[in-house]
Ligand binder design. Structure first.
Ligand code: NAP
Length: 506
């Protein structure tokens, strides 16, 4: 087994984010490299195997380095048999990489399968540029130490381990592996949307760097995040092993706007922490708790489909959340997981700014998790609550639990209410032209919990009818602000959170 003999040849100041550029034409590659460099990414991977003519990338590299001498280019020409696109022989593959080294590549990536077949060429390659030997597994997460042993049989300047996360705890395995081997020049990451945490946290776990996608483009591997998001939203380069982790668990999670507002809030309050989207399928909640326990996760938001099931994994739950039967906020205190429901504040605060809740006749449409939070909270605040929905039995069940009335949708439309709280997904993206009320909306104030789009059809129609309106984004900000305060003990920077949401069309 060889220890990495030329560690010094990889610069100490290697940027922590490498943008992977895979394009078919030299023009596209050049344009993307320039764009990313100007956007602050000095470290770029040129995937020569993506080019129709891989050798054409070498000229791009030469002129790019001439124009941007501060850039750092990693050249990769992965073979078709090893999940790349290069169709030539291994000799040709190595020749292209050596050509890249002569024309400005500051490091070369050779996958383990080719490296094992071309051991005799390794020394020559390392003379040309520092060499990273890489392992990829697109199927799953195997035992990692044998992978590392295999890699280290090839003398190299750095080793890369890219596996696929199939469950949340694979992030933990990967990050623990990186921490245990932090003395080695290692790059380790878990691919797939489930591996996002590993991509963001890898440098703080001791990895040399992490990969990112170019802005607005597909990356070269599943789960790659745009470099701009890695840098500006997750502040990946600034995170350390002491940084705390927060996040949202959901399935799907990609659409969630929670990372946008919570990361901005953490930054505004200068808190050394990051808030990440965790894709957790309904059947993998236990596995998520394993990941949360092993990472410095101090709290997390809970959304569909986990708001009820999460309760069985918590040590304590506040009485109102217990009555509602749903938890949307979890935090860790003295080693114990605690749960509460901040949707309650999300409903009560915006509504009470618009009307006096005591004795107000309020119609709640829906009987799911959010409707339950509204029903308990408003009924506790003294409102006169009525529940409606498409299934009268379910509406009656919730009405009974909060000592409210239940009516059919048709009956509801025929009576005047002070406020309507809409708590179904009708009108939500992508079905934005749907609305629960076909004719007149029977309320003076219309509160639509749906916040994507910002202006739903229900809100538009309520405005036309002369109603006061409360946007779903108000509830979203309010419940998130309450989470922030529970987690950090600091006042939430609500204006910052609101502007982060507005910048993204919320
Ligand atoms: P949920 O637990 O899945 O409940 C969904 C409710 O909508 C159920 O009552 C369901 O009734 C009803 N529903 C679904 N499709 C329907 C349809 N086509 N016609 C009539 N009723 C329908 O979801 P949730 O967590 O309560 O969320 C409800 C909505 O509130 C979502 O749009 C969510 O994005 C929004 N929300 C917003 C915030 C915020 O911060 N703004 C917070 C929480 C939730 P059935 O059982 O009959 O299907």
């Amino acid at each position: 087994m060889h220890s990495p003999a030329r560690m010094a040849s990889l610069p100490e100041s290697l940027p922590r984010i490498c943008v992977a550029l895979g394009f078919q034409t030299p023009e596209q590659l050049c344009a993307a490299a320039e764009r990313e460099f100007k956007d602050g990414s000095k470290f770029l991977e040129f995937r020569l195997d993506y080019l129709t003519d891989p050798a054409s990338g070498i000229e791009v590299m030469r002129s790019f380095r001439r124009n941007y001498p501060d850039s750092f280019i990693l050249a990769t020409c992965r073979h078709k048999q090893n999940t790349g696109y290069f169709k030539g022989s291994i000799d040709e593959q190595i020749k292209i990489l050596e050509g890249a080294a002569r024309n400005g590549a500051a490091a070369l990536d050779l996958e383990i399968e080719s490296a094992e077949k071309a051991k005799a060429a390794i020394r020559g390659m390392r003379d040309a540029a520092p060499l990273l030997v890489s392992y990829h597994n697109f199927q799953g997460t195997p035992a990692l130490d044998p992978v590392l042993r295999r890699l280290r049989r090839i003398p190299a300047d750095a080793y890369k381990v890219a596996i696929t996360a199939c469950k949340p705890s694979h992030n933990l395995r990967l990050l623990q592996f990186a921490r245990e081997h932090r003395e080695l020049p290692l790059v380790a990451l878990a691919m797939s949307e489930m591996g996002v945490a590993s991509r963001v946290l890898a440098p703080s776990a001791g990895c040399l760097y992490t990969y990112a996608a170019p802005d607005g483009q597909e990356g070269t591997a599943p789960g790659q995040i745009p470099a701009r998001v890695m840098r500006n939203l997750y502040r990946c380069e600034k995170l350390t092993k002491r940084s705390q982790v927060y996040g949202v668990i959901a399935d799907p999670v990609g659409h969630s706007k929670s990372p946008l507002i919570h990361n901005r809030a953490l930054q505004a309050r200068r808190i050394d922490a990051v808030y990440l989207p965790f894709l957790v399928p309904g059947t993998q909640l236990r596995d998520w708790m394993e990941l949360a326990a092993g990472l410095p996760v101090m709290g997390f938001s809970v959304t569909i489909p986990h708001k009820q099931k999460i309760m069985r994994y918590l040590d304590t739950i506040d009485p109102l959340a217990k009555r509602i039967g749903a938890v949307n906020t979890v935090w860790r205190k003295a080693g114990k997981w605690r749960g509460t429901n901040t949707d309650v504040r999300g409903v009560v605060e915006p509504l009470s700014r618009n009307l006096r809740l005591a004795h107000a006749r309020i119609l709640i449409a829906g009987y799911g998790g959010a409707a339950r939070a509204a029903a308990f909270a408003l009924s506790d605040a003294g409102a006169n609550v009525t529940i409606t929905g498409r299934d009268p039995r379910k509406a009656q069940a919730l009405a009974k639990a909060v000592r409210a009335a239940a009516v059919s949708l048709r009956e509801a439309a025929a009576q005047p209410y002070a406020a309507l709280v809409h708590a179904t997904p009708i009108g939500m993206f992508p079905k934005t032209e749907e609305c629960l009320f076909r004719d007149c909306i029977p309320a003076g104030t219309v509160f639509d919990m749906v916040y994507n789009p910002h202006e739903t059809l229900l809100i538009r129609r309520a405005k036309e009818q002369g109603c006061s309106v409360i946007y779903g984004s108000e509830m979203f900000i309010e419940q998130a602000a309450a989470q922030f305060e529970i987690w950090t003990g600091e006042a939430a920077p609500v204006a910052v959170m609101r502007s982060a949401l507005e910048q993204h069309g919320g």
